[in-house]
Design a protein around this ligand. Structure first.
Ligand code: FPP
Length: 312
């Protein structure tokens, strides 16, 4: 595993080149702008360059690398619409850097920002992230408290920016188990961003696939008891509708960071035909470039959904 700690400059990745440049100059940095691709920009792409790499090159100066905004390619039609990420490795990242676990989680929150921003350009319409599992309640109280504080801080700090980017926020999981402060901030954030359509950011909080199924079964059972539903009328569509993810497409691609290859109670019903990708990188070091690679890998896979190869 390689990679340094999160740098505030990384927050600017994915922005329009001019926006990133202005932000860097506002930080008091001299900016040298370079192009990633030597080919001349297409005339129709004027003003569509975005920041793909920013690095400090000396005291008070930095290099801003820009590239043409990704254009829908012929393979984009085969790109994942719903990507779900198991943000694993915060603790190991912290240990690697000699830091307490809570700072690993803080670095994890930072890593989320540029990844969210990169989604629309990659054709992703829904991003689900595993923020806190039903099993995570068994962690030491101090770590649970730190994670809940981070969630509240994240919501307070990021909601306006998410709204500006056209992101709709939603959650899956047992929200009633979260502390009141987190529930209130979530309620506000969800209401504030409800009309946005560019990307849905779905936070899995106090979420477990089995717990979600149990709650869905209870919902269906209550409808049967109320005489609204015949048991024989329960099919896959009814179950899908009773889950927290009702209304969302199934995930096409599940990414688990840190090289582990487990599903860990994540989207158990919904992952039936999801592709899986497990990069060997701790979540705080995961960047939009990893996401782009994941999407590229996905586009090369052949999904048969239980059928036969299309070439026979
Ligand atoms: C797994 O790392 C990560 C988690 C249990 C929590 C993920 C949470 C965040 C990225 C921050 C909070 C999220 C939001 C949405 C505000 P781990 O602690 O299991 O790492 P390890 O396996 O290396 O110990």
């Amino acid at each position: 595993m390689t990679g340094g700690g999160p740098d505030p400059l990384e927050d600017l990745l994915g922005l329009e080149a001019s926006e990133a440049r202005a932000a860097l100059e506002a930080m008091g940095l001299r900016v040298r702008q370079v192009e990633a691709d030597p080919s001349p920009p297409r005339p129709e792409a004027a003003g569509e360059r975005r920041a793909v790499r920013i690095r400090r090159t000396g005291e008070g100066e930095c290099e801003l690398m820009t590239a043409q905004r990704a254009q829908p390619s012929p393979s984009a039609a085969r790109g994942p619409v719903h990507v779900a990420i198991i943000m694993d490795g915060n603790g190991r990242w912290a240990r690697q850097h000699g830091l307490p676990r809570a700072l690993g989680h803080r670095a994890g929150v930072r890593a989320l920002r540029p990844v969210v921003r990169a989604c629309p350009d990659l054709g992703i319409k829904v991003l689900t992230v595993y923020g806190f599992s039903t099993e995570n309640w068994s962690r030491p109280p101090m770590e649970v408290t730190a994670l809940m504080h981070l969630l509240v801080e994240f919501l307070r700090r990021e909601v306006e920016e998410l709204h500006r980017q056209g992101v709709r926020l939603m959650t899956i999981g047992d929200r009633s188990a979260l502390p009141e402060e987190a529930r209130e901030e979530l309620g506000r954030a969800i209401e504030r961003t409800a009309g946005n359509e560019r990307l849905t950011l779905c936070l899995a909080l106090s979420y477990g696939g089995r717990d979600e199924m149990v709650r869905a079964i209870r919902r269906l059972a209550r409808r049967v008891r109320a005489g609204e539903l015949e048991p024989e009328a329960i099919g896959e569509a009814e179950v899908t509708q009773a889950l927290d993810t009702a209304g969302l497409p199934d995930p096409d691609l599940i990414i688990r960071c840190s090289g582990e290859q487990r599903i860990s109670n994540f989207l158990l019903w919904q992952c039936a035909y999801a592709e899986f990708w497990a990069p060997d990188v701790y979540w705080p070091d995961f960047t939009p470039e990893h996401l782009r690679r994941a999407v590229e890998t996905f586009a090369q896979r052949e999904r048969r959904f239980g059928g036969l190869r299309t070439d026979g």
